[in-house]
Design a protein around this ligand. Structure first.
Ligand SMILES: Cc1ncc(COP(=O)(O)O)c(C=O)c1O
Length: 381
């Protein structure tokens, strides 16, 4: 057995971040924006200014790079800021392929860039590798995937997608927000860049807005992204970053518990009265299950969706009737959330009218199931 501590141990200890000066077992927060120089105008320490990152952000980035098996990671002020930096790195007029189904905010951002002719954009169904191969061109600069994809949790084969991207010389970027690095290491599967909304599982407490990018190689694109990161200044505050480090320490146990509970709930709900479908990649009959079983090595996560019998109105009633699940957007926190997705995404969204999205938290799974069952009875009224 290797003596090298596992990624779990390294995460729990935040890379053994004992403060060298005081011995504090929790790293200090460094809110300073600027750093002093000596009489010869030389920096006293290693740092001159907080943008793009101060010591607290560097510490968080080191933990995230370790988790992803990446040479470098960068912290952003939100997931959207991280996505913006990747889109911004596409040369003007560059061709991008993304998904018909993915986090709708990111899709809107890309469609906006395409509308202004900044990029050209093709959307393909998540996991449709034939459509992806047909859409990929010699001038394709970026392929953007999300797996599992919001909100049907379609699973995309990262390794096969990487082969398609690399065959045309494109960069593959993966939004792995719903498959954090404790379960999927997208870079090891061949992705060039992995992105997370750290607002979700990585922080896990619904109290930090942050984003992350990590790279497989320090190359020209990563350098360009670094320039964008630094010059746009879309960086998180020190306190948020410190909270993120705190949240990350419990990532593995949180995710394991959320995955176990979500699987138990999904299995228990199959065939339940008032439900047309249960969408969860951990279910054997989910179309992406075989790929998910290979790619999500430590749990299928806490996200599942339900198609409620009775259409839009019944789904709205369901989401308004839960007592333990709070009706709110977002995901990956310790508290369970429910959301009727269609009114959030708007009429142009391909999401089904009767889909509700559940983010399973750390409450007792039996309580959550009772809550879903009573809300289903309300949905039917
Ligand atoms: C899959 C996914 N990617 C990206 C984002 C955007 O992240 P943020 O809200 O941190 O900007 C979200 C937010 O809901 C998300 O769910």
């Amino acid at each position: 057995m290797s003596n090298k501590p596992t990624r779990t141990t390294l995460t729990v200890q935040a890379l053994h971040a004992i403060d060298e000066i005081t011995g504090a077992v929790i790293p200090p927060i460094h809110p300073a924006t600027t750093y002093a120089r000596d009489a010869d105008n030389q920096l006293i320490g290693e740092q001159d200014y907080r943008r793009p990152s101060g010591p607290t952000e560097k510490q968080a980035a080191r933990v995230l790079a370790m988790l992803e098996g990446a040479p470098e990671a960068k912290l952003f002020s939100s997931g959207m800021a991280a996505i913006t930096a990747v889109i911004e790195s596409v040369p003007t007029g560059g061709h991008v392929i993304a998904q018909t189904e993915m986090y709708y905010g990111a899709k809107l951002l890309m469609q906006r860039a395409a509308g202004k002719k900044r990029i050209s954009l093709n959307l393909v169904a998540p996991g449709d590798l034939h459509a992806l191969t047909a859409a990929a061109r010699p001038d394709t600069d970026l392929i953007w995937i999300e797996s599992p994809a919001n909100p049907s949790w379609a699973v995309v084969d990262i390794a096969k997608t990487a082969d398609i991207a690399h065959a045309v010389g494109a960069t593959l970027a993966v939004d792995s927000t719903c498959a954090p690095p404790c379960t999927t290491q997208a870079l090891a599967l061949g992705a060039d860049i992995v992105m997370h909304s750290a607002t979700k599982y990585l922080n896990g407490h619904s109290d930090v807005l942050a984003g992350v990018l990590a790279t497989r190689e320090v190359n020209e694109r990563w350098t360009e992204i670094g320039e964008i990161h630094s010059k746009t200044g879309a960086v998180p505050g020190a306190f948020e970053t410190w909270l993120l480090i705190r949240g990350l320490r419990t990532l593995w146990v949180r995710f394991e518990r959320q995955s176990t509970s979500a699987l138990a709930i999904a299995e228990a709900l199959q065939g339940a009265d008032g439900l047309e479908a249960v969408l969860y990649p951990g279910l054997a009959d989910h179309p992406g299950h075989a790929i998910a079983a290979r790619q999500m090595t430590n749990g299928f996560g806490g996200m599942l969706s339900l198609h409620i019998a009775g259409g839009y109105e019944a789904a709205a009633r369901f989401a308004a009737s839960t007592r333990i699940f709070t009706q709110a957007t977002s995901l990956g926190g310790v508290e369970s959330l429910v959301e009727h997705r269609k009114p959030i995404e708007g009429p142009d969204s391909p999401v089904a009218d009767n889909l509700v999205r559940l983010s399973v938290g750390l409450e007792d799974a039996a309580d959550l199931l009772v809550d879903i069952r009573q809300a289903l009875r309300h949905g039917r009224i």
